[in-house]
Ligand binder design. Structure first.
Ligand code: OGA
Ligand code: MN
Length: 305
């Protein structure tokens, strides 16, 4: 039986996989080879595929449990397959899709829920002539390149992830936003997490973090800005230029990504996305998203002095 060919596309992440037709059921060997390459390269690109929704669902299901998209507004799902989230900027019946500007800031899918996704598989159906790229950052490297002093500070630190920080969420249809807020109140996750398969630690930071637990807002914002800038340094990033038919599969347990709005918005960009449920509930709900600002702390000092 022929084996797949894996060719690295970037230093920090990204590899192209050829010699396989994803519309056919995977053999056990192919499944193992793809999983191994996935763990190593984080983002796998399978060019020139042509999958029906059912075939995309079957392929994704070879790597875990498909997310039924309970945290997404039902109007954003494929009408016949709720396992497929339709990422589209098309206007239908005079209405913008609820996903027309999805993924516009650095994020890890579903980190605003207690169970961030294991990974996802996107199939490129329509694309603008130029732009509409997606970038991924390798968060193992992000953690491993921090100084021991900062790593000590991060050990045991937790962050509040908040769906209302999804970039441009306020521009989406109000009913879609209301639905998302209702489904996903803020959650707390550890800043350092361990990948369940590789056992390697990575840095779970992104632009959907409201604050760190136990820090003032000023402290949180400064630390977050430093960590986000570091984590998304060009050295840790793979940038994908889409071609029609690409299937891209990423490991969400050690990466963050951003969908760039660098294209003519009158041109269609349509992607079908399947997501894999996270293996573990790593987060907990919180009611406490408010922090202590410096002014309150100064008043507290004044009161006791
Ligand atoms: C997403 C996302 C990437 C893209 O749907 O969560 O990040 O390129 N999409 O559309
Ligand atoms: Mn995403």
């Amino acid at each position: 039986m022929s084996t797949i060919t894996v060719t690295p596309l970037g230093f920090a992440a990204g590899a192209q996989v050829t010699g396989i037709d994803l519309s056919k059921p995977l053999s056990e060997l192919q499944q193992r080879q793809i999983n191994k390459a996935w763990l190593e390269h984080i983002v796998l690109v399978f060019p020139g595929q042509e999958l029906t929704p059912a075939q995309q669902i079957a392929f994704t299901g070879s790597f875990g449990t498909l997310d039924q998209h309970g945290s997404q507004a039902p109007t954003t799902l494929h009408p016949e397959h709720r396992e497929i989230l339709v990422l589209s900027n098309k206007v239908v019946n005079g209405k913008k899709s609820g996903t027309y500007n999805s993924g516009r800031n650095w994020h890890t899918d579903l980190s605003y829920t207690t169970r961030p996704a294991k990974g996802a598989v996107i199939h490129c159906k329509e694309k603008p002539p130029v732009g509409g790229d997606t970038m991924w950052a390798n968060l193992y490297l992000a953690l491993e390149t921090l100084s021991p002093t900062i790593r000590k500070l991060l050990d045991g630190l937790e962050a509040v992830h908040d769906v209302t920080l999804v970039q441009g969420i306020e521009l989406r249809a109000p009913e879609v936003v209301a639905e998302m807020k209702k489904r996903t109140p803020p959650v707390v996750h550890p800043v350092v997490r361990t990948h369940p398969e590789t056992g390697r630690k990575s840095l779970l930071v992104n632009q959907r973090i409201r604050r760190f637990v136990g820090m003032s807002d000023e402290e949180s914002q400064s630390l977050l800005a430093m960590l986000n800038t570091h984590a998304t340094s060009p050295e840790f990033v793979y940038r994908h230029r889409w071609s029609l038919g690409d299937v891209v599969m990423w490991d969400n347990r050690c990466s963050c990504h951003v969908a760039l709005g660098d294209f003519d918005q009158t041109k269609p960009r349509v992607m079908f996305r399947c997501s894999l449920e996270g293996e573990v509930e790593s987060g907990r709900l919180t009611n406490d998203i408010g922090g202590t600002d410096r002014q309150t702390m100064l008043q507290a000092v004044a009161a006791v002095s």
